[in-house]
Design a protein around this ligand. Structure first.
Ligand code: NAD
Length: 481
C-alpha cells in the first residue's frame, strides 16, 4: 500500500484534514513513492496556532542554547548525508552526486545559522547627547511561513528555517507537493536534535495552503522561492495583508564567452550549468552568448560534450543527466523545442531523439539551439529543462546589452582571461549574481542570494546579513541616566 504522508504539527505526524491526495512519483521510473495530502486552511490554522504558542517560549530561550540545537542538527545532517541525498535523487531525479552537493549546501546554511549569537547582536552608541545613550536590539518576528519549489527539496528550505529558528522565530514549511519527502526527514532530524515541539511545522499541499499562510493574521513574515508568476502573486498578496515578504523567482541566465576564454574549462562549466539537475536550477545556464570567432570552436566542443552525457536514473553510477520532474514538464519542454524550430532557431542537437525518451521516466536529452535571437520564445521564457540556446554577437558590449534585455536578472557568467572584460562585465551587467570562469555562481549561505529584476520580489534577499535582517525586527532604546 502507498504511504500517505502526514503533516508535522507540534512535533507529531498528523493526518491532514482533506480527502485529496496527489501521487508523488519517482521521475526516473514513474514508480509511486508516496501520496501527499493537499491540505486545507484548517490544517494551516492548526499549525499556526501551535507555532504561535511555541513562539512564546522559543523566542525567550537564550540564543546560545538555540545555536546548540543547530550544532546538533548539523551533525545529524552530516551523519545522514547519503541517506538524504538518496531521497533527493528519488523524488527529484537529479544525480546522486548533485544531490550530495545539495545536502552540503543545506548543511552550510545550518552552519551559518548556528552563528546566531553573533548574528543577532545589536549596536550601541554610549553618548548621542550629554548623558544619553542609544542602542539597537534585535528580536525575532514571530511565526514565519516558508513556501518552497521542487528543484532543491533540501537546500531551499535550508535557506529559510535554520536561520529563522536560530534567531528565535517559529516556522511553518509548505514544501513543494512534487517533492515532499525530504522535508519530512528534515523535520524528524530536527526533533532528534532537540528542537522543542511546535517550533517547526510542516503543512503539505498546494495553493490553498499558500493562501492560508498568506492570509493568516498570525504569520507576519513569508519566505517564498518558486516560479516568477507565483512569486509576484505571493509578494503582492502577502504585502497586501501587511506582511514582510521575500519572494525569489525564475531566471534566464546567460553565459558570455569571449574569444580569449579557456575553451576546455568553459565547455566543462557550461555543460555542468546547462544540463546539471536537468536544467532545473534557478542558476542554470540557459543561454550562451558567443562573442566573435569563438562561436565555431565553442559550438563544436559543446555538441561533442553533450553527446557524451550519460542519461538515466540518478542513482546509477556515472549518470549525469536525470529526468525532468514530471511527464507534463517533459511534454512542455518538447513543445518549446518545436516552437524554437518554428521560430527559426537552428536545432543542433535534439534531446527528443535520445534513446531515453522511450523509457518510463520523464527523460529528455540535452538540446542545443544555435542562431537564437531575442525575439524568440526560447530566448525570452524560462524553460527549466536541459535546453541550451546559443546567441552569436560581435562584441562584449553587444553581449551585455542582449543579456540586459532579459526580464530576469538572477545570474550571469563571463568566460575570459581579460581583467578589463571582467571589470566591464561587472560594472554594466544588470544581474545580481555574477560568475567569472565558472558556471554556477550561487553565493554561499553567508552572502545574500541576490537576484534582480523579475528574479526577485522584495528588498531583503535570502541568506547572509539580508536573511538576519529579514527574520528579525529591531528595538531602538534611547536612555538618559
Ligand atoms: P512553482 O512556482 O510552481 O512552485 C513553488 C511553490 O509555490 C510550491 O510550493 C507550490 O506549491 C506553490 N504554488 C504553485 N502554484 C501556486 C499558485 N498558483 N498559488 C499559490 N502557490 C502556488 O515553482 P516550481 O516549479 O516548484 O520551482 C521552479 C521555479 O522556482 C523556477 O522558476 C525556478 O527558477 C524557481 N527557483 C528560483 C530560485 C531563486 O533563488 N530565485 C531558486 C529555486 C527555484
Amino acid at each position: 500500500m502507498t504511504t500517505k504522508l502526514k503533516n508535522f504539527i507540534n512535533g507529531e505526524w498528523v493526518e491532514a484534514k482533506t480527502e485529496q491526495y496527489e501521487v508523488v512519483p519517482n521521475p526516473a521510473t514513474g514508480e509511486t513513492l508516496a501520496e501527499v495530502p493537499i491540505s486545507t486552511q484548517a490544517d494551516v490554522d492548526d499549525a499556526v496556532k501551535v507555532a504561535k504558542e511555541a513562539f512564546k517560549t522559543w523566542s525567550k530561550i537564550a540564543v546560545p542554547r538555540r545555536a546548540r540545537i543547530l550544532f546538533k542538527y548539523q551533525q545529524l545532517l552530516v551523519d545522514h548525508w547519503d541517506e538524504l541525498a538518496t531521497l533527493i535523487t528519488k523524488e527529484n531525479g537529479k544525480s546522486f552526486k548533485e544531490a550530495q552537493g545539495e545536502v552540503q549546501r543545506g548543511i552550510e546554511c545550518v552552519e551559518f545559522a548556528a552563528g546566531a549569537p553573533s548574528l543577532m547582536m545589536g549596536k550601541q552608541l554610549p553618548d548621542i547627547a550629554t548623558s544619553i545613550e542609544s542602542g539597537m536590539y534585535r528580536y525575532p518576528v514571530g511565526v514565519v511561513g516558508g513556501i518552497t519549489p521542487f528543484n532543491f527539496p533540501m537546500m531551499v528550505p535550508c535557506w529559510m528555517f535554520p536561520l529563522a529558528l536560530a534567531v528565535g522565530n517559529t516556522f511553518i514549511l509548505k514544501p513543494s507537493e512534487r517533492t515532499p519527502l525530504l522535508a519530512n526527514r528534515l523535520a524528524e532530524l530536527l526533533k532528534e536534535a532537540g528542537l522543542p515541539d511546535g517550533v517547526f511545522n510542516i503543512v503539505h499541499g498546494a495553493h490553498d495552503v499558500v493562501n492560508g499562510i498568506l492570509e493568516h493574521e498570525d504569520v507576519p513574515a513569508i519566505s517564498f522561492v518558486g516560479s516568477e508568476p507565483v512569486a509576484e502573486y505571493v509578494y503582492k498578496k502577502g504585502a497586501s495583508h501587511g506582511k514582510r515578504v521575500q519572494a525569489l523567482a525564475g531566471a534566464k541566465n546567460h553565459s558570455i564567452v569571449m574569444p580569449d576564454a579557456d575553451l576546455e574549462l568553459t565547455v566543462k562549466e557550461i555543460i555542468g550549468a546547462a544540463y546539471g539537475s536537468a536544467g532545473e536550477r534557478c542558476m542554470a545556464c540557459a543561454v550562451v552568448v558567443a562573442v566573435g570567432d569563438v562561436a565555431e570552436p565553442l559550438i563544436e566542443r559543446l555538441q561533442q560534450a553533450a553527446d557524451e552525457i550519460v542519461i538515466g536514473n540518478g542513482l546509477d553510477e556515472d549518470v549525469f543527466l536525470g529526468p525532468v520532474i514530471r511527464e507534463d514538464h517533459k511534454a512542455k519542454t518538447a513543445n518549446y523545442i518545436k516552437v524554437g524550430q518554428e521560430e527559426g532557431a537552428v536545432l543542433l542537437r535534439d534531446g527528443r531523439e535520445d534513446a531515453c525518451m522511450t523509457e518510463k521516466g520523464y527523460f529528455i536529452g540535452p538540446t542545443i539551439f544555435d542562431n537564437v535571437t531575442p525575439d524568440m520564445t526560447i530566448w525570452k521564457e524560462e524553460i527549466f529543462a536541459p535546453v541550451l540556446s546559443i546567441v552569436r554577437v560581435d562584441t562584449l558590449e553587444e553581449a551585455i546589452e542582449l543579456t540586459n534585455k532579459s526580464d530576469f536578472g538572477n545570474g550571469a557568467c563571463l568566460f575570459t582571461e581579460s581583467g578589463h572584460s571582467v571589470r566591464y562585465f561587472r560594472e554594466n551587467i544588470e544581474v545580481g549574481m555574477l560568475g567569472v570562469n565558472l558556471g554556477v555562481p550561487a553565493p554561499m549561505a553567508f552572502f545574500p542570494f541576490s537576484g534582480w529584476k523579475n528574479s526577485f520580489y522584495g528588498d531583503l534577499h535570502a541568506n547572509g546579513s539580508d536573511g538576519v535582517e529579514f527574520y528579525t525586527r529591531r528595538k531602538m532604546l534611547t536612555a538618559r541616566w
